[in-house]
Design a protein around this ligand. Structure first.
Ligand code: RP5
Length: 164
């Protein structure tokens, strides 16, 4: 199976980014994790992206806050799918990172999830890998069913309390 690479602009992003790594591990999807900054280590970020396909990576998740150019800078140097996580790490509550990540110019796509949307970033990365992996696809469908069952159990409890 191809790996998912999880990149963050700073180790201060880890509390959010760890949720993506935890989700990938729950599904036994191989991943690697790095800190590369579009601004502070632009050469390392570029080199990582340029070599990613040859290093067995299938999808890249890039998380950054503030003037968040990491996902776009990674995407500029690979045609692997790139998923951006805007991180809430400033006085602007992540709106700055959301706009920086989502507003890519035509030609260099970044699939942007919600502010701090690390779990969805991991799930989306696995859905991309599951296009060619029936076992992973089945396990993702199992999770959807389990999530639905959990909501319906809560519904039953609420209905019993208020509609009795
Ligand atoms: C961004 O700046 C990082 O992704 C982080 O969200 C933010 C702040 O970084 P630190 O100053 O905490 O290292 O590049």
């Amino acid at each position: 199976m191809k790996k998912v690479a999880v990149i963050m602009g700073s180790d201060s992003d880890l509390p959010v980014v760890e949720k993506a790594v935890d989700t990938l591990r729950q599904f036994d999807v191989p991943c690697e994790v790095h800190v590369y900054s579009a601004h502070r280590t632009p050469e390392e970020a570029r080199a990582f992206a340029a070599a990613a396909r040859d290093n067995g990576i299938g999808v890249i998740i890039a998380a950054a806050g503030k003037a968040a150019h990491l996902a776009g800078a990674i995407a500029a140097n690979t045609t692997l799918p790139v998923i951006g996580i805007p991180i809430k790490s400033s006085t602007l509550d992540g709106i700055d990172a959301l706009l920086s990540t989502v507003q890519m110019p035509s030609g260099i796509p970044v699939a942007t999830v919600a502010i701090d949307g690390a779990v969805n970033a991991a799930l989306l990365s696995m859905e991309i890998l599951a296009v060619e992996d029936e076992d992973l696809s089945r396990r993702l469908q199992d999770k959807r069913r389990a999530d639905s069952a959990a909501v319906l159990a809560k519904n039953a409890a609420v209905e019993a309390k208020f509609n009795g």
